[in-house]
Design a binder for this molecule. Structure first.
Ligand code: NAI
Length: 480
């Protein structure tokens, strides 16, 4: 029986290994983590992450060929293949702070593998890492190896949170990079055999190590760039009376461009896009490519612009001040169908409104008050370290309340900001919401989930990203 051990039971390690266990009954999979609480949650009925379909997969194989454990050394020792799926956040201090990937967790994982291994192993980079990381890891392993043979593979993960299980069941591609030596090729084949249990052969791409590592950074940069492109156009739509949905539809009909990932919004979030682009920018600068670095940096600049533009629109529409006004925020997660708030645009929007002394009432179906308060209290990039590794109990932000009900959040509010595209926000009773709000009642839709015409008929003053402006907003000073 092939034995797999995965270091890191997070958003990637947990779901990926659960699907491998489900699809490969003859493989034993053990997911290990330094967080006792996270492992306990994986072994309970309340999994540590919310992901549609995940509960089912875990229930089918946990205790059969899928195990979650904190006995890291034991399970690395027994494994043939060791996946490393630890966090690779942005460095917060020292050389490259605010840009370079922090490989502290990765390096300590590699040293642990070298320490406890007593037989040959294939070590798989599952985390997103800077190109050439495998070389550094190889050095750590080989110099501490005590004669054991390690083969390093790069097998970046392309799943998207919210659709992780579907993405893992039916991936566009699986990418495996390895050394072009006979041993390297053998290791690539061994990992390929695992995926071949359910992924068609023509979707399993094999490349050299550096192409695989760089492909993941490039893919995230391309995806984020599409969002920043449509968001940049959304600003021009508002200025001219064009409708970004119509423009995006017409643009996306071109088969060279395609329709996906062209929805304008308050900005992209999530743990990966910004950190991976920053890492790419840093690598370009280190390789003497300042023009390439600056090209990708602008993708983040536009994203930041989109978030501050949204805040400015809220404040300027409401007579240039939100001081002491109640603003309801619907949605805090960085996208629908996840409880993940890492780098969610809601953090910057809330901080912007708090800067203008607003009182904020937040509702998200999957995010707890504790998480929201922590996110709003943390400094930039500190969020990027796992919850259990973050400083505990930051002081709660007093002007923020969190409720478990959209109607409660919006009661008595002067304005509503929709910041996550949860399906339930399309079906809310907006007549009831309107009746319980202060007048004039404003709604700022950062995800284009509501129909502006319908809500204007109810009486709302509506702002929707990239849509022709409400007559009210046209008369307000243009500060965006
Ligand atoms: P995460 O923060 O949810 O999970 C990482 C886990 O690794 C944490 O539970 C942490 O305690 C654990 N860990 C850290 N050091 C460890 C060690 N030495 N031994 C054992 N466990 C250790 O992170 P997430 O989101 O799963 O991301 C992991 C990697 O995958 C990152 O490099 C990320 O960029 C990449 N990735 C993330 C995607 C996502 O959608 N979240 C998608 C594709 C790639």
């Amino acid at each position: 029986m092939v034995k797999i051990c995965c270091l890191g039971a997070g958003y990637v390690g947990g779901p990926t290994m659960a699907v491998i266990a489900l699809k490969c009954p003859s493989v034993e999979v053990v997911v290990v983590d330094i967080s006792v609480a996270r492992i306990a949650a994986w072994n309970s009925d309340q999994l540590p992450i919310y992901e549609p379909g995940l509960d089912d997969v875990v229930k089918k194989c946990r205790g059969r060929n899928l195990f979650f454990s904190t006995e890291i050394e034991k399970h690395i020792g027994q494994a043939d293949i060791v996946f490393v799926s630890v966090n690779t956040p942005t460095k917060t201090r020292g050389l490259g702070a605010g840009m370079a990937a922090d490989l502290t967790y990765w390096e300590s994982a590699a040293r642990m593998i070298a320490d406890v291994a007593k037989s040959d192993k294939i070590v798989v980079e599952k985390s997103t890492v800077p190109v050439k990381t495998a070389e550094a890891i190889e050095k750590i392993l080989i110099h501490n190896s005590k004669g054991i043979n390690f083969q390093i593979l790069s097998n970046p993960e392309f799943l998207a949170e919210g659709t992780a299980i579907q993405d893992l069941f039916n991936p566009d591609r699986v990418l495996i990079g390895g050394r072009e030596t006979p041993e390297g090729k053998k290791a690539v084949q061994a990992l390929k055999q695992v995926y071949a249990n359910w992924v068609p052969e023509d979707r399993i791409i094999t490349t050299n190590l550096w192409s695989a590592e760089l492909s993941k950074l490039a893919a995230n940069a391309f995806l984020a760039q599409r969002i920043s492109s449509v968001n940049a156009i959304s600003a021009l739509c508002e200025a001219t009376g064009a409708d970004v949905a119509e423009v995006a539809y017409s643009v996306g009909k071109d088969t060279r461009i395609g329709p996906k990932f062209l929805s304008a919004s308050v900005g992209f979030g999530g743990s990966c896009f910004q950190k991976d682009i920053l890492s790419l920018v840093y690598i370009c600068e280190c390789n003497g490519l300042p023009e390439v670095a600056s090209y990708w940096k602008d993708v983040i600049k536009v994203n930041d612009y989109q978030k501050s533009r949204f805040v400015n629109r809220v404040v300027s529409s409401m007579f240039n001040t939100v001081s002491e006004k109640k603003i309801a925020v619907l949605g805090f997660a960085f996208k629908k169908d996840t409880g993940d708030t890492r780098e969610t645009p809601a953090i910057d929007v809330c901080k912007g409104l708090l800067g203008d002394k607003a009182k904020i009432s937040i509702y998200d179906p999957q995010v707890s008050e504790e998480q929201i308060q922590r996110d709003l209290a943390l400094k930039k990039f500190d969020w990027d370290h796992p919850v259990h590794l973050q400083p505990t109990s930051p002081t709660a932000v007093k002007q923020v309340t969190v409720t478990w009900d959209a109607y409660e959040a919006t009661k008595g509010a002067h304005g509503v900001c929709i910041l996550t595209e949860w399906d339930e926000f399309r079906k809310l009773d907006y007549v009831k919401i309107y009746e319980n709000m202060q007048k004039p009642a404003f709604i700022f839709d950062g995800r284009n989930v509501i129909d502006p015409q319908k809500l204007r008929k109810i009486g709302f003053i509506v702002f929707s990203i990239g849509k022709p402006l409400d007559p009210w907003l046209k008369d307000m000073p243009a500060v965006v």
